[in-house]
Design a binder for this molecule. Structure first.
Ligand SMILES: Nc1ncnc2c1ncn2[C@@H]1O[C@H](COP(=O)(O)OP(=O)(O)OP(=O)(O)O)[C@@H](O)[C@H]1O
Ligand SMILES: [Mg+2]
Length: 376
């Protein structure tokens, strides 16, 4: 697995359980996954020699993030090394403008969009789609960095003149979608075409960062949920995705489901599945890229709630351990071994059961206490 963040870290336990060797390419031995994996190679994901050296002798290369440059992926393929997902599929997760054009080709519902290069382009788009306009860097963004909601031509001008867009990234303008909730539809798909769909979940973003996930999404009808799952399966097939695919969706109050973006790896919206599903997204990602039969994606409780632990003011997360564990033995705590920085994802907690309101209270309390925003 190229990349050693928390997604790689959470892949270590299922690899161990399956008896599968998991080698990690990490930039530094301090990274989240490098702390816990046995077979760690040091090197950068954009260093051809480092990637080729780490990939020597493995059955398949997969990823913890989307940032490996296409020429390096191609070099792996040229040496007969399986890359899953492959570069053609991955392009749709690497570049939001590429994705928009490809989704249009297969008639997937999405926000109005346009590739724009100057202020005049954006104002012309706004005349069609209305203000505010969402402006995105087509690549390189994450956790809301690279996404701006702008309500006037002067705000567009300010942004476009101050932000340095590094080629091959382009500016993507999108209609501002007035959603009543954001959803994520996750599927696992293997090279021989087997696929399984997880329950569609609600994701809650604050300042562009995912803070909370509820599985299954409350208030979604069975029909809407099936529509979202079918959409994700169709996209996975059309783009030949292998491994886990997360389709981030907007649900509008008039009942439309529009695609925001894709991730082709385990995703924050699926962390609930470690404790809350028959087979976690991390295990199914490994099974899928190894072309093994996939595990059962069904939930093990009526409701599962996951709340992210974001870095706060207190660097020592463990100071809160005793309190949250004593208060609620049912809370599952996952910390990523990352240094606390304000707003950084450093862990998550999961609870599962029957009473959704109570689960939300318990999970928010535990996460808030770890973060330091709740003190009693
Ligand atoms: N067209 C839109 N209309 C309304 N809100 C939007 C739109 N696009 C994005 N957003 C909001 O901004 C958030 C981040 O956008 P997006 O998912 O495109 O960026 P990202 O930084 O790549 O996110 P991620 O952390 O998932 O990689 C979305 O989850 C959503 O809350
Ligand atoms: Mg997103």
């Amino acid at each position: 697995m190229i990349g050693a963040g928390q997604l790689a870290r959470m892949s270590v336990a299922p690899a161990q359980a399956l008896g599968v060797g998991l080698r990690i390419l990490a930039v530094s031995p301090d990274e989240s996954a490098a702390q816990v994996a046995r077979d760690v190679w040091l090197g950068r994901h954009d260093d051809l020699d480092a990637v080729l050296a780490a990939a020597e002798g493995v059955d398949v290369v997969t990823f913890d993030h989307e940032h490996v440059p296409p020429p390096i992926l191609q070099a792996l393929l040229d040496r007969g090394i399986a890359v899953r997902p492959g570069p053609a599929a991955l392009a749709h997760a690497q570049d939001k403008a590429t994705l928009r054009a490809a989704l249009a080709d297969i008639d997937v519902p999405q926000p109005q969009w346009a590739v724009v290069s100057d202020i005049a382009d954006v104002t012309a788009f706004a005349e069609r789609a209305g203000w505010p306009v969402v402006l995105k860097m087509s690549r390189g963004g994450y956790d809301g960095r690279g996404v701006w909601v702008l309500d006037s031509a002067s705000a567009v001008a300010d942004l476009m003149t101050t932000v340095d867009l590094a080629a091959p990234a382009v500016w993507l303008a999108e209609e501002f979608v007035r959603f009543d909730q954001e959803l994520s539809a996750q599927v696992a798909r293997s090279p021989h075409g087997q696929a399984v769909a997880y329950p569609v979940v609600r994701t809650v973003q604050k300042d562009g960062i995912c803070v909370e996930v509820i599985a299954p999404a409350p208030g979604l009808t069975a029909g809407e949920s099936a529509t979202a799952q079918e959409l994700a399966l169709r996209i996975a097939g059309a783009f030949d995705v292998t491994g886990m695919l997360a389709v981030e969706l907007f649900h509008t109050d008039d009942g439309r489901i529009l695609v925001n973006e894709l991730a082709m790896r385990p995703h924050n919206s699926g962390h609930w599945s470690i404790d809350g599903a028959m087979t976690s997204q991390f295990e199914n990602h490994l099974r899928a890229v190894l072309d093994l039969p996939l595990g059962d994606p069904r939930p093990v409780a009526p409701h599962v709630v996951m709340v992210n632990v974001l870095g706060g003011e207190h660097p020592d997360l463990y100071a809160a351990f005793k309190h949250i564990m004593a208060r609620d033995p049912g809370v599952r705590v996952h910390l990523y071994g990352k240094q606390v920085r304000p707003g950084r994802k450093v862990g998550h907690v999961t609870v599962l059961g029957r009473d959704l309101d109570q689960l939300l209270e318990r999970a928010r309390h535990a996460a808030g206490y770890l973060t330091g925003t709740i003190t009693e």
